[in-house]
Write a protein that binds this ligand. Structure first.
Ligand SMILES: [Mn+2]
Length: 311
């Protein structure tokens, strides 16, 4: 794990990290070298198509900043994060249009070549439209990739307010690259989304279904996923009481144990190749609840993908 495998780092990219941009967990320097670290956190502070509350562009820096207050140890699986290798890459500068942003993320991810280098990328958004270009790159490397989405919203519209690359069309664009999409925590979709994707209804697990029969839901998730899985988490999958700092808070969301419990089981049962966490919009002041939850979730993704024996 310590030999440099990332041979295709974008030119000069490592010099472009703003000096004050926070590290994850504030780990010692040798534990967060992008050339050798297993986990590669890529901040994508983009919010070009947000339609309600803004601020998610500030998400990545806020999540990393509060991670400084977390232990370097996973209390559940007893994993020492200082031994994991966790780097923060330079943030992708936001593009002027959604189409350019898609190309920018796609080409950056291709240059890093995470999957061939056997690195685990974690993208920090930013809005949900950052997911499709990542899925495109992953699906080109990994045949038969499936995507597990945690979200309040189905995001299956063909386009929204005129844009095919809107955050509200994120999962519709994911379907351009793989048909294997499982949607967890969904509690808001339009009549158009329901009508246009009748086959999806079997792959949508609502909070009510998860509360009534979590084991059956987990079996269905496993059945619908292929071996290689990319995970995308919209922070609004959580109940807004737990994660109020987000653009479109929907009542009736999942709790911490439901989300982390599912994540742990899926990471143990499947080959999870990468993840993203989107739509954290810091509220400011002393209300850091949402970014703290997001930072802990990043640490859980790292812990669960380290540990393959917990299923
Ligand atoms: Mn959402």
């Amino acid at each position: 794990m310590n030999q440099p495998i990332l041979n295709h780092l974008p030119k000069n990219s490592l010099k472009d990290i703003p000096k004050d941009f926070p590290k994850f967990l504030c780990l010692p320097k040798e534990q967060c070298d992008p050339k050798t670290a297993m986990y590669q956190i890529l901040p994508v502070p983009y919010e070009g198509t947000v339609c309600f509350l803004d601020g998610t562009a500030k998400g990545p820096a806020a999540i990393l900043a509060v991670s400084d207050q977390m232990e370097h140890f996973d209390e559940e699986l007893l994993i020492d994060f200082t031994q994991c290798g966790i780097a923060v890459l330079p943030p992708i500068p936001p593009a002027d249009t959604p189409e350019e942003e898609f190309e920018r993320i796609y080409s950056t991810v291709k240059q890093y070549d995470f999957f061939r280098a056997k690195r685990f990328p974690i993208l920090l958004g930013g809005e949900h439209s950052i997911t499709p270009p990542m899925v495109r790159a992953a699906s080109e490397f990994c045949e038969n990739l499936s995507v597990l989405q945690f979200d309040a919203h189905a995001d299956l519209r063909e386009s929204y307010t005129g844009g095919r690359y809107s955050h509200a069309s994120a999962m519709r664009r994911v379907l351009d690259w793989t048909p294997h999409l499982v949607q967890v925590g969904i509690r808001s979709f339009s009549e158009e989304e329901y009508r246009d994707h009748p086959e999806r209804i079997h792959r949508i697990l609502t909070p009510k279904m998860l509360a009534e029969d979590p084991n059956d839901c987990f079996e269905r998730i496993l059945y619908c996923l292929t071996e290689h899985v990319y995970i995308t988490i919209d922070i609004d999958v959580f109940d807004p009481a737990l994660a109020p700092g987000t653009g479109t808070p929907e009542p009736g969301g999942l709790d911490w144990r439901q989300v982390t419990g599912l994540l742990r089981k899926v990471c143990a049962a499947k080959n999870v190749i990468g993840a993203d966490l989107v739509e954290t919009a810091p509220l400011g002041g002393h209300n850091v609840v949402t970014e703290f939850l997001a930072a802990r979730l990043v640490s859980k993704i790292i812990a669960y993908t380290q540990d393959k024996s917990s299923y």
